[in-house]
Design a protein around this ligand. Structure first.
Ligand SMILES: O=C(CO)[C@@H](O)[C@H](O)COP(=O)(O)O
Ligand SMILES: [Fe+2]
Length: 220
């Protein structure tokens, strides 16, 4: 499976989001972090801005919802045209019902796990999802360092997905850079979110290409 790169616009200039989406036109997705100051101690943007981002982005949008009550709010992001909507396992009341609703609305459905959340209770639900997101930092902020202790969870998901013969993508988010992406790919991740590494680079297209090449060198 090829490696997909999804730069996070959390590290973009919020006064120039259209320009900064244009800067990642060679990426596979634009990763949009929605934070509500309840599920995480930070606040970013909501549906009115998100709807415009979908309209102006040169690449499909991958929504990462760090919000309370995703059962209520997540379908709106699929209706707005997100290619993928990921909500947190810790926040959802009825994850299967919500995943089915997202798929019915035409979006891929993703389930996110904080670093300390075990995947075991969710393994039986893998067929209901298109992607599992393993947070490799505590959600809420960009620029944190990669938590190596999440690698066994990535391997566990990779093994469960392949044993079940499923095509569930594994995304990593947080602290992904040239220094860490190979270990995440080796463990089984195939979708790589990078905020500060991409937007902090001198040459953004070159950084995206370098991350993709490093990940593909270790892909399964
Ligand atoms: O979801 C989040 C943070 O909660 C991320 O998507 C960050 O935006 C990643 O930033 P870097 O760690 O790559 O700087
Ligand atoms: Fe994210």
């Amino acid at each position: 499976m090829s490696a997909l790169i999804a730069p996070s616009i959390l590290s973009a200039d919020f006064a120039n989001l259209e320009r900064d989406l244009g800067a990642i036109a060679t990426a596979d997705y634009a990763h949009v972090d929605v934070m509500d100051n309840h599920f995480v101690p930070n606040l970013t943007l909501g549906l009115p801005i998100f709807e415009r981002l979908v309209q102006v982005s040169p690449v499909p949008i991958d929504a990462h919802l760090m919000i309370a009550d995703p059962d209520r709010w997540a379908p709106g992001y699929a209706e707005a045209g997100a290619a993928s909507v990921t909500f947190h396992a810790e926040a959802a009341t009825a994850p299967v019902r919500l995943a089915r609703e997202l798929r019915r609305l035409g979006s891929r459905a993703g389930l996110a796990l904080r670093p300390a959340t075990s995947v075991e209770p969710f393994l039986d639900l893998l067929p209901e999802f298109d992607m599992l997101l393993v947070m490799t930092v505590e959600p809420g902020f960009g620029g944190q360092s990669f938590i190596e202790g999440t690698l066994p969870k990535i391997r566990r998901i990779r093994d469960a997905v392949s044993e079940a013969g499923l095509d569930v993508w594994i995304q990593v988010d947080g602290g992904v850079s040239r220094a860490t992406i190979e270990r995440a790919a080796e463990a089984g991740a195939n979708v790589f979110v990078a905020g500060s590494a991409v937007y902090g680079a001198e040459n953004i297209p070159e950084e995206i290409a370098a991350l993709r090449a490093l990940a593909e060198g270790h892909a399964h």
